[in-house]
Design a protein around this ligand. Sequence first.
Ligand code: ARG
Length: 272
Amino acid sequence: LLKVFLSSLAISLLLLVSACGTSEKTTTGSSDKPASGETQHKKLRIVTDATYAPMESLDGDKIVGFDADILDAVMKAAGYDYELVNVGWDPVFVEVQGKTADAGISSITINKKRQMTYDFSLPYFESINKILVPKDSSIQRGADLKGKTVAVQNGTTGQEIAEKVLGKDSQHIKKFESNVLAIMELLKGGANAVVADNAVVEEYAKNNPDKNLKVITDPSFSSEFYGIMLPKGSKLKVDLDKAIKQIIDDGTYTKIYKNTFGTEPNIDALKK
Ligand code: ARG
């Protein structure tokens, strides 16, 4: 009980601190001109957790990746000026809910639970969770995670999948602030598997052949769609949805997709 009290105290403090910290930022007038030449909008603050290559990661101090490119195209099409800020995964949710950020883009899966608190743009990417394991692992499907230790990024759909197999309060689910830390745990032998989004685990296994990892696909995991996450009732939704449709229809989306993944996107899946 004390633990629950302390953690809710910590959350309230965090909300308070982030609310104070950003009130100053939102009132500061921006002198940057929107790319399109429109001047009616203030500069938007968009937050992310840039530890999720190839979707969002840091290259020096620049945020790069599929989401960064999509956001840029969407903002150009919608005529908004913006800054993309790397705040970390949990703070993305705190900031968007507290409206200290105008939106979050961070490979965020649109789901019922989140839709109770947030609004989402139209989907812009289809994803599925996969299992990252050492090459010699006996794990062949999600159900095999039972009895194993699984590392996940805290508060992700990967965690939900692990909880479905191992039980919600299982001591064998290790939760980390970032997916990078979850993978580190696997590498040092503190976990038998990581559950995370396919693009991310596939990229990691491919780029790090010396780590001897493989990616397991479980066809029973359901496909997910990413959206840009907005405060409930945000007026941005109309403009962002229009811009997403536009970049899909004019081929910009396909260009960015091919540039990141080297394959054709399944546009029809997004439109369903
Ligand atoms: N798609 C998953 C989710 O929404 C994981 C996203 C994690 N994103 C990140 N930038 N770390 O729960």
